[in-house]
Write a protein that binds this ligand. Structure first.
Ligand code: PMP
Length: 284
């Protein structure tokens, strides 16, 4: 395996950054994960847009042009011979003696890695997955895709320890924000799709956006509004979305069975439309 680290392609097992990288010391950095399907990046522009926005919000300079980053990403995919997989891109504020304020004249650090394998086994989506509810203890800028993921890690670990696929994160007001590494959706009794509107409270998922467009094209009603954990537990269907889960049906939250305990027809159809999209439009 090959990784890209600050201008060089190196063996993955030898890839390293300095101990005084601010990503390591302060989680002062951002990342992206882009799916690679049949060798091509999926929703490439959306991911680069979000990466640029995350950097801008944290006032980290773009380390090179978007075109340059894109070339490196494709080269990492090529060198690792990834057909279906993911590329991981991380940019931090760079290496500097530990001190909280931004360092001057320090170039950002860039790391890119690629991995084979995209999505879960088909059986997982066919059966549907379970969620546990978990308090959302994160900060006020969840719209930035920062590597500061400790609350997400703790929530996901709690889910895994209870043999659940994901943790659905709930604010003190009882409202769902999203999941530890995906966006949350419900389908109402009358067949409308509901997902939380974009704000500082959630990460603007690229898959979320794509599914909204696909749902619109299917003539489904999409309501961007907040919903409570109770509403989710009583919903006709529930699903989560992310770069690697696509649209993943949920059949249980905590002790509540969703619908009849099987993936619903709306998410099943939407997932199929997402596969059509992967086939048709993931290039160039
Ligand atoms: N929310 C959070 C907290 C995430 O970490 C992710 C995935 N990185 C998402 C939502 C889904 O975003 P995307 O569809 O762009 O993968």
């Amino acid at each position: 395996r090959i990784a890209y680290v600050n201008g060089q392609y190196v063996l993955h097992r030898d890839a390293a950054v300095h101990i005084e990288d601010r990503g390591y010391q302060f989680s002062d950095g951002i990342y992206e994960v882009t799916a690679i399907y049949k060798g091509r990046p999926v929703d490439n522009d959306g991911h680069w847009d979000r990466l640029e926005r995350s950097l801008r919000e944290l006032r980290i300079d773009m380390p090179m042009t978007r075109g340059g980053l894109d070339l490196v990403a494709r080269e990492v995919v090529r060198r690792n011979r990834v057909r279906n997989g993911i590329i991981y891109i991380q940019i931090t504020r760079g290496v500097s003696p530990r001190n909280h304020p931004f360092p001057k004249d320090t170039p950002p650090s860039i790391v890119m890695t690629a991995r084979h394998g995209l999505g879960s086994k088909p059986e997982v989506a066919a059966k549907g997955v379970s969620l546990i509810s978990h308090p959302d203890i994160r900060w006020g800028r969840r719209d930035i895709k920062t590597v500061s993921l400790l609350p997400n890690v703790l929530a996901k670990q709690a889910a895994y320890e209870q043999h659940a696929y994901e943790a659905i994160l709930v604010g003190p007001d009882g409202m769902v924000s999203e999941c530890s590494s995906s966006n949350a959706w419900i389908v109402t009794k009358d067949g409308a799709l509901v997902t939380r509107p974009l704000s500082n409270d959630i990460l603007g998922g690229i898959t979320r956006k794509r599914l909204i467009d696909l749902a619109d094209a299917e003539g489904l009603r999409v309501e961007e509004r907040s919903f409570s954990l109770d509403e989710a537990k009583a919903a006709r269907e529930v699903f989560v979305s992310s770069t690697s889960s696509f649209a993943m049906p949920v059949v249980r939250i905590d002790d509540s069975v969703i619908g009849n305990g099987h993936p619903g027809s709306i998410v099943t159809n939407l997932r199929a439309r997402y596969f059509d999209f992967l086939e048709s439009a993931s290039g160039p």
